[in-house]
Design a protein around this ligand. Structure first.
Ligand SMILES: [Zn+2]
Length: 469
């Protein structure tokens, strides 16, 4: 068995996660069968033999992971924490393109108070943890982004937050570019890079930003040494709109403005032509790929999506779940299965883009795409202690098969038992250690009624509801 040597003194070790199969995702992709991870503070200080590490660190607290699979905490590179988590499964299924955003999401965002934003983000963060996701890149919050950060801190999850900005005249919540940029800077300075929660320069993207705002946002991200994220080309409407306005497709336009680069994570990139794919690859721009959302909202990923090709050509891709009325579940393992299935079926090729490739997108390669691979994404000495512990004592995992195949094809996020972020156990036996989930559920039900009332929307049930008390 290979092992990483400890860098820490014996007395420093606080926690041993012990006796499980450790899927390290290290460069050799080793799995330590019945192994142990030693944690000091927020860092992994040893990964190796259970008998040796239990003997070496006798005083440490032990989290028994026998009959469990221990993986790196999973990465979700695009998730809306506010806007629609409180109205999950309420936006009608059969809507024309754009209606779910302008007739539903925009009024919900407008109706969000600070308390609602925080509650919504807390729910979404806890859901992510239940699926073993330890790092979430937030798509953006309109009005109270600080409250999103507070919620993530309360839940104990890692990730980025962002103040959603746009400057197109007449659009809801729009401000002049200079004002948007000043607010973005303020946000990034208040939540600096490297914290468990950090702010990124976050635009809505699409066709909702002037050239001045796009170029200024990229300059700001470079200046602050942080990342930038925005939506682009989930459907054909962004290419159509950029061609009409600028005579060139969106990615080429962003390239001309100097917006592309390793600092940028573009959510979606479904409708890209050959030139745009070359630009994404050449500039090392990352893509957050949310395949379940494209399938659910009929965006054409099976016709035109080329994410598997981008990955295979060395592009930087992470997985995302998008929103509560699009990707629906914040379950990155389900997303990984869908991503692999699309990559294989659309090319009618069962020899490519299998479980191992997509599990990399959910862990080490996803971490690289969001610029955090120096901190997270694998179980190695020196990395932050972000772990997901999958319980195999259930029918889904019985009998356990090949680790990569079982994680991606054979199960989903529902067998997560414990989650550790920064060395802190934030989920234990399927329950948050930091939040009373039962009271949160009651609070969320009340808040849903409030948000419908203040947005002036009456939900229309798919099937008739008959009062039958
Ligand atoms: Zn989105």
């Amino acid at each position: 068995m290979s092992r990483d040597e400890p860098e820490s003194d014996v007395a420093d070790v606080d926690l041993l996660v012990s006796g499980g199969d450790v899927v390290t995702m290290n460069p050799r992709r080793e799995v330590l069968v019945g192994g142990t991870v030693a944690i000091a503070g927020n860092q992994i200080v040893a990964v190796g033999s259970t008998s040796e590490l239990r003997d070496r660190y006798r005083g440490a607290h032990v989290l028994d992971a026998t009959q469990c699979v221990i993986t790196p905490g999973l990465v979700n590179a695009h998730e809306h924490l506010t806007g629609d988590p409180l109205v999950r499964s309420c936006i009608p299924d059969l809507l024309p393109p754009g209606a779910s955003v302008f007739e539903w999401s925009v009024p919900f965002h407008a109706a969000h108070t600070g308390d609602i934003d925080e509650l919504s983000a807390l729910l979404a963060s806890l859901e992510a943890l239940h699926y073993g996701v330890t790092t979430v890149i937030e798509a953006g919050t309109v009005a109270h982004p600080d409250r999103t950060g507070t919620a993530m801190t309360t839940a104990g999850i890692r990730g980025s937050i962002g103040r959603w900005g746009w400057d197109i005249e007449g659009a809801p919540f729009s401000f002049p570019a200079a004002e948007v940029l000043a607010l973005e800077r303020e946000m990034c300075e208040a939540w600096p890079r490297g914290g468990r929660v950090e702010a990124w320069v976050t635009l809505v993207g699409h066709n909702l930003a002037s050239d001045e705002l796009l170029a200024g946002a990229a300059d700001l991200a470079r200046d602050l040494g942080t990342n930038m994220t925005m939506h682009m080309s989930p459907t054909s409407s962004d290419p159509e709109s950029y061609l009409a306005a600028h005579g060139r497709r969106p990615i080429r336009h962003l390239n001309e403005l100097g917006v592309l680069g390793p600092h940028l994570v573009i959510a979606h990139g479904v409708w890209l032509d050959d030139e745009e794919i070359e630009l994404i690859l050449d500039t090392r721009t990352a893509i957050a790929y949310c395949p379940w959302a494209y399938l659910r909202t009929a965006q054409g990923v099976t016709r035109v999506g080329r994410h598997a090709e981008i990955v295979e050509r060395g592009g930087r891709v992470a997985l995302g779940c998008d929103a509560s009325n699009a990707g629906d579940l914040a379950d990155i393992l389900r997303t990984a299965a869908v991503a692999a299935a699309i990559g294989r079926d659309t090319r009618i090729d069962p020899m490519t883009f299998g479980a191992a490739a997509v599990f990399e997108l959910a862990t080490i390669n996803g971490a690289e795409a969001i610029g955090m691979a120096d901190r997270i994404g694998s179980i190695e000495v020196g990395k932050l202690a972000d772990l997901a512990i999958h319980d195999t004592r259930n029918i889904t995992w019985t009998p356990p098969g090949d680790h990569a195949l079982h994680l991606v094809w054979g199960t989903d996020g529902r067998t997560i038992r414990d989650v550790i972020v920064d060395g802190e156990i934030v989920l234990r036996d399927g329950k948050s250690t930091k939040v009373d989930e039962l009271s949160l559920i009651d609070e969320a039900k009340k808040a849903q009624a409030e948000i419908f009332a203040s947005a002036g929307i009456t939900p229309q049930p798919t099937w008739p509801l008959i009062e039958a008390d």
